[in-house]
Write a protein that binds this ligand. Structure first.
Ligand SMILES: [Fe+2]
Length: 518
């Protein structure tokens, strides 16, 4: 009997150890820049970790340093904990190897810290917007009734394309609409996820999130993954999907606690807002070599009396935010841009989810006119070079623009910022159809191929943006911007450096009551 008891105790210990191992095994590994000498390492586990720990070092076989935190967070319906550890005191532009506690792999991952501001060595980065999960719950070779653009059998999707190209780019930007977990309801209504009930929706939502972040790990465990907020991070119901067959209009009321108000997004990432004076993962900035990058929030917090698209009373009916004080985002943006040393970082690239220069009908969910009113004068005032967006699931490269007018110089040293929308990364619902004829400021547009953008910074004056077709890696569109980037004396940019003069708004400023222009 004693032997039996001992054996049973040993077995129970072994079982407990196995369970603990499964519960603490790292998943969904992702990196993010955290200042010039820092790196945020994030991953998920089924169990809460007391002290999430990263082991790292300059040599692959000698991870002699460690960094820990107490950040292991979750929310009501999540099946995992989000662990975040910031490694500080790293050398810039240096490759490090790392691994995570409780890992089941002996081969370390690696990352490279950013090039310091002022390093004008050429480099390449990748951009996706509107990229959702692939496979059984998302984009695959068949779609439900009403969806479009399924993958051809064997077609390389955008996540696979990014994996194929990842040795060629330094980091990956994902400017909103990240996993499309909220599409579970649309997928169910369209018969793609048949027989999923509303009660089961929360579990499917979390499954899609987990699947997407696992699918991305091959890229994001090696390349910093810099994300921004999109409308699909704000809800669990695709912003209020209608089941026409049953004549049911759903609202965020069906969402379980924790599945609204960007909760998963706020838990999952730690963008460098603390390092740049921004707010959470909503707005922040960072430098990489010759470029100053700014992520803005087009979903909430537009300020100046406007109701942002995802805020209570906004057209998306997301009831999300705001996340800061009135005008805090634009005040921060102006100050951030005013502080840029263009001798060090001659290029300024801004990413914001929603476009306003796009060949679609004048519909509120596609064109963000309030974003234009709020942000466009600031971009001009501080001579922003390139504005990236998505939201519309197509690709359109426009002329440099201000106040609906193309810059007469086009890409040859324009004064106005260059606008490119690329929401064609691919997700369950396929591609959108742009309106023909294209806008007079459109210079190239396509809505039939999935793909991503590649930015190649050649030097302080030349920047190339390519549209890479995910299916075969070919370049469907390529254009190079030349900017003189004078860094001293008068005549640089618009010459207004300082707080923007709000009456310069093309529409004469915000309406007295605030509101949404369509
Ligand atoms: Fe969107």
């Amino acid at each position: 009997m004693a032997i039996f008891k001992t054996l049973a105790f040993a077995l129970s210990l072994a079982t407990a150890a196995l369970a603990a191992t499964n519960g603490t095994t790292p998943m969904q590994i992702r990196l993010a820049y955290a200042g010039p000498t820092g790196m945020m390492v994030s991953w998920n586990t089924y169990e809460k970790l007391d002290s999430p720990t990263v082991y790292y070092g300059a040599e692959q076989n000698s991870l002699t340093h460690s960094a820990s935190s107490s950040v292991s967070v979750t929310y009501q319906t999540s099946t995992t904990y989000n662990n975040h550890v910031k490694i500080s005191g790293l050398r810039p532009n240096t490759k490090y190897f790392y691994n995570l506690e409780y890992t089941n792999t002996t081969t370390p991952y690696s990352f490279s810290t950013p090039r310091v501001a002022g390093d004008h060595t050429p480099y390449v980065t990748a951009v996706v917007v509107d990229l959702g999960t692939m496979g059984r719950d998302g984009l695959t070779t068949f779609v439900g009734k009403g969806a479009a653009s399924p993958l051809a059998p064997g077609e390389t999707n955008t996540i696979q394309s990014l994996q194929n190209f990842q040795d060629q780019f330094e980091f990956l930007m994902h400017d909103g609409d990240i996993a499309y977990a909220d599409y579970w309801l649309k997928e169910e209504i369209q018969g793609f996820l048949a027989n999923t009930t509303i009660a089961e929706g929360a579990a499917v939502y979390e499954r899609i999130l987990n699947d997407f972040y696992d699918q991305m790990t091959e890229v994001t465990s090696l390349k910093p993954y810099m994300v921004g907020p999109g409308n699909h991070e704000a809800n669990c119901d695709n912003g209020g999907t209608k089941d026409k067959a049953k004549n049911i209009s759903y609202t965020v009321d069906i969402c379980m606690p924790g599945q609204t108000n960007f909760t998963g997004y706020r838990n999952h990432f730690r963008m460098p807002s603390a390092e740049s004076g921004g707010v959470e993962n909503f707005w922040y900035s960072y430098d990489y070599g010759m470029t100053h990058y700014v992520q803005i929030d087009t979903e909430t917090d537009l300020g100046h009396g406007f109701i942002a698209p995802d805020e209570p009373g906004g057209p998306e009916k997301e009831d999300s935010g705001p996340f800061a004080l009135m005008n805090q985002q634009t005040d921060w943006l102006a100050a951030d841009l005013a502080a840029v040393n263009r001798a060090k970082t001659p290029w300024i690239v801004v990413a914001g989810h929603r476009p306003w220069y796009i060949s679609v009908a004048n519909a509120s969910s596609d064109v963000c006119w309030v974003c234009k009113d709020v942000f466009e004068p600031i971009f001009l005032n501080y001579s922003v070079d390139l504005v990236l967006s998505g939201h519309v699931h197509a690709y359109e490269r426009n002329a440099p623009m201000f106040n609906n007018q193309p810059d007469p110089n086009e890409l040859n040293n324009p004064t106005f910022p260059w606008y490119i929308t690329n929401g064609a990364a691919g997700h369950y619902d396929g591609l959108d159809t742009l309106d023909r004829p294209f806008q007079n400021y459109s210079r190239y547009a396509q809505d039939s191929a999935y793909g991503w953008s590649r930015l190649s910074f050649h030097n302080s004056t030349h920047l190339t943006q390519d549209f890479i077709a995910s299916s075969n890696g070919t370049v469907l569109d390529s254009a190079t911007l030349y900017k003189e980037h004078k860094v001293s004396g008068e005549g640089y940019g618009n010459g207004h450096h300082g707080k923007p003069n709000w009456p310069m708004w093309p529409h004469g400023g915000p309406p007295a009551s605030g509101g949404w222009k369509v």
